[in-house]
Design a protein around this ligand. Structure first.
Ligand SMILES: Cc1cc2nc3c(=O)[nH]c(=O)nc-3n(C[C@H](O)[C@H](O)[C@H](O)COP(=O)(O)OP(=O)(O)OC[C@H]3O[C@@H](n4cnc5c(N)ncnc54)[C@H](O)[C@@H]3O)c2cc1C
Length: 467
């Protein structure tokens, strides 16, 4: 790998070679996982390129292609599976310089891939009282391109499902990693080729996303003495046809009290909560709904809070999704988490079974979503970590009880997902990245087609052992 030859091809572009900055920009939230922390801590790129335009990206692709240098795209590095980490070194392509909002129309926004999600919403709200349908809890920091290439869903998924659902992404402009890069405008079925592919088979430069009506969402915290009452409340709320919510997340005691430090004033260690974001016009209906439900006590609502109190509190979405774990890690760095699906229609029973089986070792945190058109929940439980062996036992217990795990302690697409080859993504990689230079080591189907997903063996990318 000749970095000097590469650099002559990058002339005129913004390049960073300071080893400390390069290392910092080569990292994401991989350290969430004690397993990934051990494996990836030494990973670093050779240099960072920050393109300002599609022409800059094309120049970078050509230089890398000619010199056989790996290229890993980076949004803002908030992924927590090590997705954005350059396992074989080379170039990290930092999309921060491509953040323009290109066009806002009725129901649609077009933006460059490096635009921060909250900035897209701010522009859409100002110009048209619209907002994106869904966003990760890293709303204020993550890029839209990184969300599409590395994320799955989040706040708003209770109404619209996940990114994988048809219609939640309209169009992606994608560059291939070839001697003469092609510029593809992908829509419809083609989108599956590059969505959630960790940037292994194309570089997204521009996105077109659907919009919905924007509201000043009311943050509400409903407390329960019995966590399972909270789960039944959340399930029933998710199934209300007329009551508009953007977020519904039951979290078991003692997590809310122990980890949501600025909300502690509303809680005791025994209280479980359901976090909600409710449309302002629906608050009377929400009150009526809460009165009907067993054990529900509204302990906080932002529309009635004192301005001084409100100012000091993080928004509800920054307590939810992976922010719950982040807040946990700040209080107790030894905890970690899992990602679970509790399949419809037995989600409540399955949550209860796992809760009874694992107790305080795996404290439930659920996120209600629409999944294949049905209201059900994902889990991002807090795991009191003792060892990798025990973590694997906990994973197996979930799977044995019919609760699939999307393992956040693996850096490959397959092991973090459905543990099978995605033939569509693999076929597109063969075509769009023939030299295998894009984000090496993340797609097992490319690296080792004979890999047996049913074995207990963990895939270890040989390229990680660099000189
Ligand atoms: C506290 C916390 C909360 C989170 N909450 C959520 C959540 O609610 N929902 C959720 O889905 N995720 C969540 N995540 C994961 C992550 O924040 C999101 O998926 C986020 O959208 C990633 O955006 P990013 O810009 O940081 O991408 P990065 O982490 O920089 O990149 C993610 C992946 O996409 C690739 N990539 C980035 N940009 C491009 C591009 N332009 N073209 C091709 N490939 C590209 C990268 O190579 C990498 O593989 C959370 C993470 C943390 C730490």
């Amino acid at each position: 790998m000749s970095i000097e030859a590469l650099k002559s091809g990058l002339e005129g572009l913004e390049i960073e070679e300071n080893p400390q900055i390069v290392r910092q920009k080569s990292r994401d939230f991989f350290w969430y996982s004690p397993v990934l922390k051990k494996q990836l801590d030494d990973v670093t790129a050779d240099l960072i390129v920050t393109p300002k335009s599609e022409a800059d990206v094309i120049q970078t692709i050509k230089a890398c292609y000619e010199n056989d240098i790996p290229l890993t795209v980076r949004g803002t590095g908030t992924g927590n599976y090590g997705q954005a980490m350059p396992l074989s070194g080379g170039v990290v392509l930092n999309m921060a310089g491509m953040s323009k909002i290109v066009k806002i129309g009725q129901g649609v926004v077009v933006a460059e891939a490096g635009a921060i999600i909250a900035n897209i919403d701010a522009a859409c709200r100002e110009e048209s009282s619209q907002e994106l349908r869904l966003h990760p809890s890293t709303y204020k920091t993550a890029t839209i391109g990184g969300f599409i290439a590395g994320g799955s869903g989040g706040v708003g998924s209770i109404n619209f499902g996940g990114l994988r659902d048809l219609g939640n992404v309209i169009r992606l402009r994608v560059l291939t990693m070839e001697a003469e890069p092609r510029v593809l405008d992908m829509t419809g079925e083609d989108l599956q080729k590059v969505m959630h592919a960790y940037g292994t088979n194309g570089i997204i430069t521009e996105v077109e996303m659907p919009l919905t009506a924007a509201y000043d969402w009311v943050d509400v915290m409903v407390a329960f003495d019995d966590f399972m009452d909270g789960v039944r409340f959340a399930d029933a709320l998710g199934n209300q046809d007329g009551l508009l919510c953007k977020e519904i997340a039951p979290i078991a005691a003692p997590v809310p009290h122990d980890y949501f430090l600025r909300h502690q004033q509303f809680l005791t260690p025994e209280k479980s909560v359901v976090l909600c974001m409710v449309a302002p016009f629906a608050m009377n209906a929400f009150d009526a709904f809460a009165c009907r439900q067993k054990g529900a006590e509204i302990v906080y609502r932002s529309d009635q809070a004192d301005e001084d109190v409100k100012k000091r509190l993080p928004p509800t979405y920054e307590l939810a999704w992976n922010h719950t774990t982040l807040r946990g890690l700040r209080v107790d760095p030894t905890v970690t988490y899992l990602q679970v699906l509790y399949p419809f229609p037995n989600q409540i029973e399955k949550v209860q079974t796992m809760y009874e089986l694992l107790g305080d070792e795996v404290v439930p945190h659920l996120e209600y979503v629409r999944f294949d058109g049905k209201v059900t929940c994902f889990g991002l439980p807090i795991v009191r970590y003792s060892s990798e062996e025990r973590l694997n036992e906990i994973i197996k217990l979930h799977e044995d009880n019919g609760c699939p795990i999307f393992n956040p302690h693996r850096y490959t697409l397959e092991e973090g997902g459905m543990k099978q080859t995605d033939a569509v993504q693999l076929a597109f990689k063969k075509e769009a990245d023939p030299k295998g230079l894009l984000n090496p080591g993340k797609m097992i189907a490319w690296e080792d087609p004979s890999y047996d997903y049913s074995s207990d063996q963990v895939f270890l990318f040989p390229g990680l052992q660099r000189d």
